[in-house]
Design a protein around this ligand. Structure first.
Ligand SMILES: C[S@@+](CC[C@H](N)C(=O)[O-])C[C@H]1O[C@@H](n2cnc3c(N)ncnc32)[C@H](O)[C@@H]1O
Length: 323
């Protein structure tokens, strides 16, 4: 169960990501000729802004849509000898119950250091619905990964989808990545824990920090992958172009990218425009799975208070390099 603080952070992240992540314009201020008055106005504005934010977060934290119910989550009893921090849970696919993995969410609230020292913490807040759907899709279509090298980008604190490939497919290699170090520390522990439990089908599974906008991170893996995949990574205005570039460079010439993301305003369209400019052909799918389509229709009818198609329903984009 997530803490209220992390729930609120999820609400804030979701809200921020709704239309892409941009700075909001400053509210009109008082005349510059009255410095004391100006300071008072500034203070009042900050207090009002904070109150508004608190109210929004409280509202959102209660009403947030969390899951397409594709995995059951059970608590794992702590072993006597176990010293690792954080609560472990077991994620089991509802549709393919033979596939199960131990996961640990990054524990509780984000601390000040997390917020100040890392560039993006949206992957440390929760497993977003698009990741859950990508993970389910990977299990359902595990045969497409046979003998291929697969990389997950921006997988967050669990890289759930990449893990599903590693436990279900006869894959050549799986690399789990994110740009956030805290997320990848957690992924490392998850890999170690599940290696002990012997759940992986492939012996070639690893993780690393990979930032789309870091030349070294990208160039050392240039042309290495047959499949690159990511979930809910298109809303960051600042990094969208570097994500397109990283996907293009990491893929071998006949490789494919599998991208799941909600529309989030115009951000998915903006990604498609950039990807086409970079020479990708894009297939865009809304009805990629009968169960997800049915659940989506039901949510739209019966859960309008929590479910917003724009923020929650992931579309599937398949990108191939032209020529
Ligand atoms: C909304 S989260 C999605 C996480 C996960 N895929 C999920 O859906 O649960 C976006 C992820 O993108 C990662 N990210 C953002 N900018 C990045 C960059 N420039 N390079 C690499 N990863 C980045 C963040 O660290 C975060 O984990």
């Amino acid at each position: 169960m997530e803490s209220q603080v992390s729930d609120a952070a999820a609400g804030q992240a979701e809200q921020t990501a709704g239309e892409g992540q941009t700075d909001s314009g400053a509210a009109p201020g008082p005349a510059a000729s009255a410095p004391l008055g100006a300071a008072r106005w500034k203070l009042l504005r900050q207090v009002l802004k904070q109150k508004h934010l608190d109210d929004c977060l409280r509202h959102i934290s209660v009403r947030r849509f969390e899951s397409f119910n594709l995995f059951s989550v059970t608590e794992v009893k702590k072993l006597e000898t176990e010293e690792e921090a954080g609560a472990w849970v077991q994620y089991t696919s509802i549709f393919y119950p033979e596939y199960s993995i131990f996961l640990r969410h990054n524990s509780g609230s984000l601390n000040v250091e997390d917020v100040l020292t890392s560039f993006d913490n949206t992957g440390n807040v929760c497993i977003w619905p698009a990741e859950e759907v990508l993970a389910y899709y990977c299990l359902k279509h595990s045969s497409i990964f046979r003998d291929l090298a697969v990389c997950e980008l921006g997988g967050g604190m669990t890289c759930l989808a990449g893990l599903m490939v590693a436990i279900s497919a006869d894959v050549k290699e799986v690399l789990l990545t994110d740009g956030n170090e805290k997320a990848i520390r957690n992924v490392r522990d998850i890999i170690a824990r599940n290696q002990k439990a012997g759940v992986f089908k492939t012996g070639n599974l690893s993780s690393c920090v990979l930032r789309w906008d870091n030349e070294t991170d990208v160039s050392q893996l240039e042309g290495h992958f047959d499949i690159v995949m990511c979930a809910d990574c298109l809303f960051l205005d600042q990094y969208r172009a570097s994500l397109v570039d990283a996907i293009k460079r990491l893929l071998q010439p006949r490789g494919k990218a599998m991208v799941f993301a909600p529309r989030r305003g115009n951000t998915l369209n903006q990604f498609c425009i950039l990807a086409e400019k970079a020479g990708f052909s894009i297939q865009r799918h809304e009805n990629y799975d009968e169960h997800i389509s049915n659940f989506h229709s039901k949510l739209k009818k019966e859960n309008q208070d929590v479910y917003e198609e724009n923020l929650h329903f992931p579309l599937l984009l398949i990108l191939t390099k032209d020529g």
